[in-house]
Design a protein around this ligand. Structure first.
Ligand code: CA
Length: 229
Protein backbone atom coordinates (compact mmCIF):
# COMPACT_ATOMS: atom_id res chain seq x y z
CA UNK A 1 0.00 0.00 0.00
CA UNK A 2 1.33 3.41 -0.89
CA UNK A 3 0.66 5.73 2.02
CA UNK A 4 -0.29 9.11 0.63
CA UNK A 5 -2.82 10.75 2.91
CA UNK A 6 -2.02 10.99 6.60
CA UNK A 7 -4.24 12.43 9.27
CA UNK A 8 -2.20 13.96 12.09
CA UNK A 9 -4.37 14.26 15.20
CA UNK A 10 -2.57 16.13 17.94
CA UNK A 11 -3.79 19.09 19.98
CA UNK A 12 -0.32 20.44 20.70
CA UNK A 13 0.16 22.70 17.69
CA UNK A 14 3.95 22.72 17.89
CA UNK A 15 4.16 18.89 17.83
CA UNK A 16 1.53 18.69 15.11
CA UNK A 17 3.25 21.21 12.88
CA UNK A 18 6.64 19.61 13.40
CA UNK A 19 5.24 16.24 12.35
CA UNK A 20 3.41 17.66 9.37
CA UNK A 21 6.55 19.47 8.27
CA UNK A 22 8.59 16.25 8.30
CA UNK A 23 5.87 14.11 6.74
CA UNK A 24 5.26 16.57 3.92
CA UNK A 25 8.96 16.72 3.24
CA UNK A 26 8.75 12.94 2.74
CA UNK A 27 6.02 13.46 0.16
CA UNK A 28 3.02 12.56 2.32
CA UNK A 29 -0.14 14.65 2.14
CA UNK A 30 -1.25 15.64 5.63
CA UNK A 31 -4.49 16.73 7.15
CA UNK A 32 -4.55 18.09 10.67
CA UNK A 33 -6.94 17.54 13.54
CA UNK A 34 -6.68 19.34 16.88
CA UNK A 35 -9.45 17.47 18.69
CA UNK A 36 -11.17 14.10 18.79
CA UNK A 37 -14.22 14.85 16.62
CA UNK A 38 -12.05 16.30 13.85
CA UNK A 39 -9.77 13.24 14.01
CA UNK A 40 -12.74 10.90 13.68
CA UNK A 41 -14.21 12.83 10.81
CA UNK A 42 -10.95 12.89 8.84
CA UNK A 43 -10.17 9.25 9.64
CA UNK A 44 -13.53 8.20 8.22
CA UNK A 45 -13.00 9.91 4.88
CA UNK A 46 -10.36 7.89 3.14
CA UNK A 47 -7.15 8.40 5.13
CA UNK A 48 -4.27 5.94 4.67
CA UNK A 49 -2.78 6.27 8.14
CA UNK A 50 -3.95 7.99 11.31
CA UNK A 51 -1.29 9.43 13.62
CA UNK A 52 -3.17 9.80 16.86
CA UNK A 53 -2.29 11.50 20.12
CA UNK A 54 -3.90 9.73 23.09
CA UNK A 55 -4.64 12.94 24.99
CA UNK A 56 -6.96 14.74 22.59
CA UNK A 57 -9.72 17.14 23.68
CA UNK A 58 -13.40 16.11 23.61
CA UNK A 59 -12.85 12.49 22.51
CA UNK A 60 -9.56 10.87 23.54
CA UNK A 61 -7.37 8.67 21.39
CA UNK A 62 -8.43 5.40 23.02
CA UNK A 63 -12.10 6.09 22.34
CA UNK A 64 -11.29 7.07 18.76
CA UNK A 65 -9.50 3.79 18.06
CA UNK A 66 -12.33 1.82 19.65
CA UNK A 67 -14.97 3.72 17.66
CA UNK A 68 -13.18 3.16 14.36
CA UNK A 69 -12.59 -0.54 15.00
CA UNK A 70 -16.20 -1.00 16.07
CA UNK A 71 -17.24 0.43 12.70
CA UNK A 72 -15.08 -2.18 10.99
CA UNK A 73 -12.55 0.46 9.93
CA UNK A 74 -9.10 -1.10 9.39
CA UNK A 75 -7.27 2.19 8.97
CA UNK A 76 -3.68 1.76 10.26
CA UNK A 77 -3.22 3.79 13.43
CA UNK A 78 0.02 4.99 14.98
CA UNK A 79 -0.56 6.18 18.53
CA UNK A 80 1.46 8.98 20.14
CA UNK A 81 1.61 8.45 23.83
CA UNK A 82 3.23 10.19 26.77
CA UNK A 83 2.37 8.72 30.14
CA UNK A 84 3.43 5.27 31.23
CA UNK A 85 -0.12 4.14 32.03
CA UNK A 86 -1.07 5.00 28.47
CA UNK A 87 1.85 3.00 27.17
CA UNK A 88 0.71 -0.03 29.19
CA UNK A 89 -2.73 0.12 27.60
CA UNK A 90 -1.39 0.54 24.09
CA UNK A 91 1.19 -2.21 24.50
CA UNK A 92 -1.50 -4.49 25.86
CA UNK A 93 -3.13 -4.14 22.44
CA UNK A 94 -6.28 -3.48 24.36
CA UNK A 95 -7.39 -0.93 21.84
CA UNK A 96 -6.40 -2.17 18.40
CA UNK A 97 -3.79 0.37 17.34
CA UNK A 98 -1.09 -0.80 14.93
CA UNK A 99 1.94 0.76 16.57
CA UNK A 100 2.94 3.48 18.98
CA UNK A 101 5.73 5.93 19.68
CA UNK A 102 6.50 7.46 23.04
CA UNK A 103 6.81 11.22 23.55
CA UNK A 104 9.21 12.86 23.22
CA UNK A 105 9.96 11.25 19.87
CA UNK A 106 11.98 12.21 16.85
CA UNK A 107 9.92 13.02 13.75
CA UNK A 108 12.24 10.75 11.82
CA UNK A 109 11.14 7.82 13.95
CA UNK A 110 7.49 8.59 13.24
CA UNK A 111 8.19 8.70 9.51
CA UNK A 112 9.94 5.32 9.70
CA UNK A 113 7.04 3.78 11.65
CA UNK A 114 4.51 5.07 9.14
CA UNK A 115 6.44 3.58 6.26
CA UNK A 116 6.57 0.25 8.11
CA UNK A 117 2.83 0.38 8.80
CA UNK A 118 2.22 1.04 5.11
CA UNK A 119 4.30 -1.97 4.13
CA UNK A 120 2.44 -4.21 6.57
CA UNK A 121 -0.94 -2.89 5.47
CA UNK A 122 -0.01 -3.71 1.89
CA UNK A 123 0.31 -7.34 2.91
CA UNK A 124 -3.21 -7.41 4.29
CA UNK A 125 -6.05 -7.91 1.88
CA UNK A 126 -7.22 -4.66 0.40
CA UNK A 127 -10.26 -3.47 2.28
CA UNK A 128 -13.23 -2.44 0.20
CA UNK A 129 -13.16 1.18 -0.86
CA UNK A 130 -15.76 3.31 0.79
CA UNK A 131 -18.51 4.25 -1.62
CA UNK A 132 -21.42 6.28 -0.35
CA UNK A 133 -24.64 5.77 -2.30
CA UNK A 134 -27.58 8.17 -2.33
CA UNK A 135 -30.31 7.41 -4.80
CA UNK A 136 -28.50 7.16 -8.16
CA UNK A 137 -25.50 9.09 -6.88
CA UNK A 138 -22.33 7.28 -5.84
CA UNK A 139 -19.55 9.10 -3.99
CA UNK A 140 -16.39 7.05 -4.29
CA UNK A 141 -13.97 8.14 -1.58
CA UNK A 142 -11.09 5.97 -2.76
CA UNK A 143 -11.24 7.18 -6.36
CA UNK A 144 -12.24 10.70 -5.25
CA UNK A 145 -15.00 10.76 -7.84
CA UNK A 146 -18.78 11.11 -7.90
CA UNK A 147 -20.94 9.15 -10.34
CA UNK A 148 -24.57 9.04 -11.34
CA UNK A 149 -25.69 5.79 -12.93
CA UNK A 150 -22.00 4.91 -13.11
CA UNK A 151 -21.11 8.01 -15.13
CA UNK A 152 -18.41 10.24 -13.63
CA UNK A 153 -19.60 13.79 -12.96
CA UNK A 154 -16.23 15.41 -13.57
CA UNK A 155 -16.16 17.41 -10.35
CA UNK A 156 -13.09 19.47 -9.62
CA UNK A 157 -11.16 18.34 -6.51
CA UNK A 158 -12.58 21.10 -4.32
CA UNK A 159 -16.12 20.45 -5.58
CA UNK A 160 -15.73 16.77 -4.76
CA UNK A 161 -14.36 17.58 -1.30
CA UNK A 162 -17.32 19.86 -0.63
CA UNK A 163 -19.84 17.25 -1.76
CA UNK A 164 -18.13 14.58 0.36
CA UNK A 165 -17.97 16.81 3.44
CA UNK A 166 -21.71 17.39 3.23
CA UNK A 167 -22.56 13.80 2.31
CA UNK A 168 -20.71 12.20 5.24
CA UNK A 169 -22.82 14.37 7.55
CA UNK A 170 -26.33 13.82 6.12
CA UNK A 171 -28.98 16.01 7.71
CA UNK A 172 -26.36 18.12 9.47
CA UNK A 173 -26.33 21.83 8.62
CA UNK A 174 -22.78 23.05 8.10
CA UNK A 175 -22.07 26.78 8.13
CA UNK A 176 -20.19 28.44 5.31
CA UNK A 177 -17.35 29.16 7.74
CA UNK A 178 -17.17 25.48 8.74
CA UNK A 179 -17.18 24.35 5.13
CA UNK A 180 -14.46 26.86 4.28
CA UNK A 181 -12.34 25.59 7.12
CA UNK A 182 -12.85 21.90 6.35
CA UNK A 183 -12.70 22.01 2.57
CA UNK A 184 -10.38 24.93 1.92
CA UNK A 185 -8.34 24.83 5.12
CA UNK A 186 -7.64 27.17 8.01
CA UNK A 187 -5.34 29.44 6.07
CA UNK A 188 -7.74 30.14 3.21
CA UNK A 189 -8.46 33.86 3.26
CA UNK A 190 -11.18 33.93 0.62
CA UNK A 191 -14.79 34.89 0.87
CA UNK A 192 -17.70 32.78 2.13
CA UNK A 193 -19.31 33.26 -1.27
CA UNK A 194 -16.67 30.84 -2.55
CA UNK A 195 -18.75 28.13 -0.89
CA UNK A 196 -21.91 29.27 -2.70
CA UNK A 197 -20.15 29.28 -6.06
CA UNK A 198 -18.91 25.72 -5.55
CA UNK A 199 -22.27 24.46 -4.28
CA UNK A 200 -23.90 25.95 -7.37
CA UNK A 201 -21.47 24.10 -9.64
CA UNK A 202 -21.98 20.79 -7.85
CA UNK A 203 -25.77 21.20 -8.05
CA UNK A 204 -25.46 21.88 -11.75
CA UNK A 205 -23.59 18.61 -12.22
CA UNK A 206 -26.10 16.71 -10.10
CA UNK A 207 -28.99 18.17 -12.08
CA UNK A 208 -27.51 17.54 -15.51
CA UNK A 209 -27.85 13.82 -15.20
CA UNK A 210 -30.50 13.05 -12.66
CA UNK A 211 -32.19 16.11 -11.15
CA UNK A 212 -30.44 15.40 -7.87
CA UNK A 213 -29.49 19.01 -7.07
CA UNK A 214 -31.94 18.96 -4.16
CA UNK A 215 -29.53 16.64 -2.32
CA UNK A 216 -27.63 19.82 -1.45
CA UNK A 217 -30.04 21.91 0.59
CA UNK A 218 -29.62 25.58 1.46
CA UNK A 219 -29.96 26.45 5.13
CA UNK A 220 -30.92 30.11 4.89
CA UNK A 221 -28.65 32.57 6.65
CA UNK A 222 -26.32 29.74 7.64
CA UNK A 223 -24.96 27.32 5.07
CA UNK A 224 -25.81 23.95 3.58
CA UNK A 225 -26.77 20.40 4.42
CA UNK A 226 -27.00 17.12 2.59
CA UNK A 227 -30.53 15.76 2.37
CA UNK A 228 -31.20 12.81 4.65
CA UNK A 229 -32.10 9.72 2.65
CA1 CA B 1 -2.41 15.95 23.75
Amino acid sequence: MAVTRIVVAEDDASIRELLVHHLEREGFRCEQAADGPAALRLARTGADVLVLDVGLPVVDGFDIVRALRREGCELPILVLTARSEEIDRVVGLEIGADDYVVKPFSPREVVARIKAIGRRAGLRSQSAPVVLTYDRLEIDQAAREARIDGVELGLKPREFALLLELAVNPGVALSRATLLERVWGFDFDGDERTVDVHVRRVRLRLDERARLASLLQTVHGFGYKFARA
